[in-house]
Design a binder for this molecule. Structure first.
Ligand SMILES: Nc1ncnc2c1ncn2[C@@H]1O[C@H](COP(=O)(O)OP(=O)(O)O)[C@@H](O)[C@H]1O
Ligand SMILES: [Mg+2]
Length: 214
């Protein structure tokens, strides 16, 4: 089995996928939702959301935005990512140097225009303006046909970390949580079996964990 095929095989995430599917079904009934996907590095946040996005891509517009581990995080980096994907007024405002309030208003307007799955990845690396954007969207998402999925590493965040404060203030009636646990022993054994115990396959399956523990 190739590393690509291994990556395509998500184990033990049916419950998590069901939470995301239900949240999207609620969006289709008329009110936006926010899904908080939390867990340690390498636990499978990106894989889960990617699988969900892939399975929904034929009926939902997927807008993928990410934060990076930069020494000077990009202000509103994820909003820039989305503006470049959708173009239109949002990109025009951004290129014209519009202020943040105008940008967020235009983003919300964009999210009202089509059923959307918006992903903000790795917001433990977000700048403060991006966290403000999440708070802004969160309070207004009931008027948008949008599922906003926010992923973050929660194991390194203290109780007063800005990410915790922002997600703690999101309206609970719009918010669902997906907390990812490590795979069970059976899951790990299954991964090893799928990797055919070939050194290359096992390396592909465990590479991240090995890197983290070295
Ligand atoms: N449920 C799963 N079943 C099998 N492999 C998984 C699962 N979740 C993650 N992986 C594998 O673990 C590695 C790390 O996952 P990733 O989604 O990048 O983690 P994170 O985004 O939380 O850092 C990837 O190689 C991925 O293919
Ligand atoms: Mg990731």
């Amino acid at each position: 089995m190739s590393a690509d095929q291994l990556e395509a095989t998500l184990l033990e995430r049916e419950d998590s996928l069901a939470i995301l599917r239900n949240a999207l079904a609620d969006v289709e009934l008329g009110s936006g939702r926010i899904a908080l996907v939390a867990g340690e590095a390498g636990i499978g946040k990106t894989s889960l959301v990617r699988q969900f996005a892939d399975e929904q891509a034929d009926r939902v517009r997927v807008l993928w935005a990410a934060c990076e581990a930069l020494f000077t995080p990009r202000p509103l980096g994820p909003v820039h990512d989305i503006a470049h994907e959708v173009g239109g007024p949002l990109l025009e405002l951004l290129s014209g140097g519009a202020d943040r309030a105008m940008l967020l208003f235009a983003l919300l307007d964009e999210l009202r225009s089509a059923l959307s799955l918006v992903v903000f990845e790795d917001v433990h690396w977000a700048d403060e303006a991006t966290l403000d954007a999440i708070a802004y969207l969160g309070r207004r998402l009931d008027t948008a046909s949008c599922l906003l999925v926010v992923t973050y590493r929660d194991d390194e965040l203290g109780p007063q970390h800005p990410v915790r404060l922002v997600v703690g203030e999101l309206p609970s009636r719009l918010t669902v949580r997906v907390s990812l646990d490590p795979l069970s022993e059976e899951g790990v054994a299954e991964l090893a079996r799928k990797a055919d115990r070939s050194p290359r396959g096992l390396h592909a399956a465990t590479g991240e964990a090995a890197t983290r523990s070295s």
